[in-house]
Design a protein around this ligand. Structure first.
Ligand code: O7E
Length: 214
């Protein structure tokens, strides 16, 4: 894991052996590795512990439940050694606060806008309210789309100095340098890296492009 990197690898592979090898090979070139339902359902929750031995792990369960259920899930994620966890904010301040309280030292990122086209149907119209809910709940940072510069800039303006992590790069049309220029602290990249013929090379290139912006 690289403290100075602005890259977060989205490890959405379903071949567990390949995912672990890729996590190990790319971890020196990224800040953290994000694990989502696909790899957790194939490998089991212990994958969080396994990758946490050599990298920060952001556990992307996009929690969206009542406070008690959110708390029970986050307590387990914490036991497994994750560095961060992702929750939805639209469920409200009490649900999100339950995540923050159960997280302890883990960083909580709340989703305040998303990167897919359907996000404009509802969610992305409410990012200001979702940021306010998230701030009152005490989150560490936000998830905001790296492929939607207008929305990302608005979120950065309201978020002040809080951390923003941004997916939507590569396969979803966004560019890592533009996303950071628009306000992202870290970019989340999956297919552009793991579907490349040389994933380590692509990860290193992204990492280098972003480090030149510092
Ligand atoms: O498009 P890719 O392959 O680079 O993968 C993007 C990853 O980011 C993937 O895991 C997806 O679930 C996630 N993501 C989005 O693509 N868009 C969003 O709006 C939010 C997320 C996400 O991870 O939310 C939490 C960070």
């Amino acid at each position: 894991m690289s403290d100075g990197s602005r890259l977060i690898l989205a490890l959405d592979l379903v071949d567990v052996g390949r995912a672990l090898r890729m996590a190990q090979d790319i971890s020196p070139h990224c800040f953290a590795i994000k694990v989502n339902w696909p790899i957790i359902l194939h490998a089991g929750p212990q994958i969080i512990r396994e990758i946490s031995r050599f990298s920060r792990v952001i556990c992307d369960l996009k929690l969206a439940d009542i406070p008690n259920t959110n708390r029970l899930i986050v307590e387990r994620v914490r036991e497994l050694g994750a560095w961060g966890v992702i929750a939805h904010s639209f469920v409200g301040q009490d649900s999100l606060r339950a995540v923050v309280e159960a997280a302890g030292d883990m960083k909580v990122f709340s989703v305040v806008a998303m990167s897919h086209p359907g996000a404009s149907d509802l969610l992305n119209r409410f990012h200001d309210m979702l940021i306010d809910i998230s701030m009152k709940a005490g989150v560490y940072g936000f998830v905001a789309p790296g492929n939607n510069e207008a929305v990302l800039r608005q979120i950065r303006a309201r978020a002040g100095g809080m951390k923003i992590i941004s997916p939507g790069i590569g396969a979803q049309g966004g560019d890592e340098v533009s996303a950071v220029a628009a306000g992202a602290d870290y970019v989340i990249v999956g297919r552009k890296i793991y579907q490349a013929s040389d994933p380590v090379k692509v990860a290193m290139e992204i990492d280098q492009r972003l480090s030149m912006m510092l």
